[in-house]
Write a protein that binds this ligand. Structure first.
Ligand SMILES: [Zn+2]
Length: 457
């Protein structure tokens, strides 16, 4: 996520009623730049003269805080008025003197809120729901809905719940784990949980006592697609948030028996959620350590592994990045161990993000694979993002501008390989099993600017 996109969190705060203490840095930079100019009268007269000569009025401004002129353009493009007009209008309305920074920031934040609503709508519509109804439904939610439930809704709407179905899509595990409630194989995904028969039966039992409407499928009310009053939707959200908590408990190894106990757990979670948090849990590293596993062996397949590395603050001027790639011969008993057949590494320079570096590594592998005449090829990367995007897993579709060209090139190479009859696939492996490519990428950074391809590459 680029830093400018962080703006969505300041906006979703308002759309979902979340208490998020965040400032949109991009807007704050523009506002403070303009406010500084406003603060001194002698600068102001000078800038007014040079602004009269300023001709470029572009709507595509990459870095609006580059100079006060780009800031001026950005304000105009975002809000439709110049900042002078807005400040004068504000000062005429109020008795007290206006504070330029706050006034300008609020105006821009209000104007960009609409863009983020558009964005949210497009994400929801990509999943086949009506975005208009969703935004309107969110406005109808009662103020008493707690913050945790609002976050839960946000996650559902933006495809964020991390279930084992995600790891299956990245081919880290063979298939998603069974549903924790009805044991349906591969049922551990957000979409199933909302229509799981065991969960809906428990819902009916709880809803009967709480005077909530019966449900055949919870996706309608949770995506705000059905015409329910705000209080009922809040009730449905509360119950499914509790169900989600119980699912997490089951993943941590706590089991329950039968329908009656599930209903009881949901009640308990609704009445005193803090009790549910007492179940033993593990820290992030521990949970990761449990998940890490060796990739399944794939016999008679040429194995490419690539990695990208970036040091320093991602995408900033003092960050440096490089990529590394290695290939192993097909072996009858599984994937490449021992010394690689060929390896390559390259330095990408400054101001390159880690994902771009990862893509460069993969691209080199795919180019070599397209040249070579191997019939069976596997690409392994330790970036979940890459594996998902190349596997065309919809929720992870490539939307980022700096990745689009690299992504297209990879897809093109993949299609060319498929046309010539090469069976290829890509999967995610844990970084513990990608040491060779990782050390190549780091060597490329250490050596700065010497690209190295071994003879067999
Ligand atoms: Zn189920």
């Amino acid at each position: 996520m680029t830093w400018s996109k962080l703006g969505i969190f300041t906006a979703v705060g308002r759309i979902y009623g979340l208490r998020v203490a965040l400032t949109d840095l991009r807007l704050a930079n523009v506002a403070s730049l303009i406010a500084t100019h406003e603060a001194w009268a002698d600068i102001r007269s000078g800038t007014a003269a040079s602004l009269a000569r300023w001709r470029r009025r572009s709507t595509q401004i990459v870095n609006p805080a580059f100079s006060w002129k780009t800031a001026f353009d950005f304000f105009l493009a975002a809000t439709g008025t110049t900042y002078h007009t807005h400040l004068h209008a504000e000062s005429r309305q109020r008795a007290r003197p206006v504070r330029p920074f706050r006034t300008l920031y609020r105006k821009m934040a209000g104007a960009t809120l609409q863009n983020w609503q558009e964005y949210l709508r497009s994400r929801v519509e990509a999943k086949g729901w009506n975005g208009e109804l969703l935004v309107r439904g969110l406005q109808r939610l009662p103020r008493s809905v707690p913050q945790a439930h609002r976050w839960f809704l946000l996650k559902l709407h933006l495809n964020a719940p991390l279930t084992s179905a995600r790891y299956a899509a990245a081919r880290t595990v063979d298939e998603a784990e069974p549903c924790a409630f009805c044991q349906l194989p591969g049922g551990d995904k957000a979409a199933h949980l909302l229509q799981c028969p065991a969960v809906l039966a428990a819902y009916d039992a709880v809803a009967g006592m709480a005077a909530l409407p019966p449900l055949a499928d919870a996706r309608g009310p949770l995506m705000m697609q059905v015409d329910l009053d705000g209080a009922s939707v809040a009730g449905v959200v509360a119950i499914f948030h509790a169900v989600w908590d119980i699912r997490a408990m089951c993943r941590r190894g706590i089991s329950y028996e039968g329908h009656a106990q599930l209903v009881e757990l949901i009640w308990k979670s609704l009445l005193c959620p803090w009790l549910m948090r007492c179940s033993p849990t593990k820290c992030r590293q521990q949970r990761r350590a449990e998940r890490v596993r060796e990739p399944n062996p794939v016999p008679d397949t040429v194995m490419y592994r690539s990695d990208g590395a970036s040091r320093g603050q991602g995408g900033s001027e003092d960050s440096v990045a490089g990529w590394g790639a290695a290939v192993w011969r097909a072996a009858p008993h599984g994937q490449g161990t021992g010394a690689p057949l060929a390896e390559a590494r390259g330095f990408l320079g400054r101001n390159v993000s880690n994902n771009v570096a990862e893509y460069h590594g993969l691209l080199q592998c795919m180019r070599r694979a397209a040249r070579a005449d191997d019939r069976c090829v596997m690409f392994e990367v330790d970036s979940m993002l890459l594996a998902m995007q190349l596997a065309r897993y919809r929720p992870w579709a490539c939307r980022s501008e700096n990745l689009l060209d690299l992504h297209r090139e990879c897809v093109r190479l993949g299609e060319r390989m498929a046309e010539t009859g090469v069976a290829w696939s890509i999967r995610h492996v844990y970084r513990e099993f990608n040491q060779v490519a990782d050390s190549l990428a780091n060597r490329a950074i250490d050596e700065r600017g010497t690209n190295g391809y071994s003879q067999a590459w």
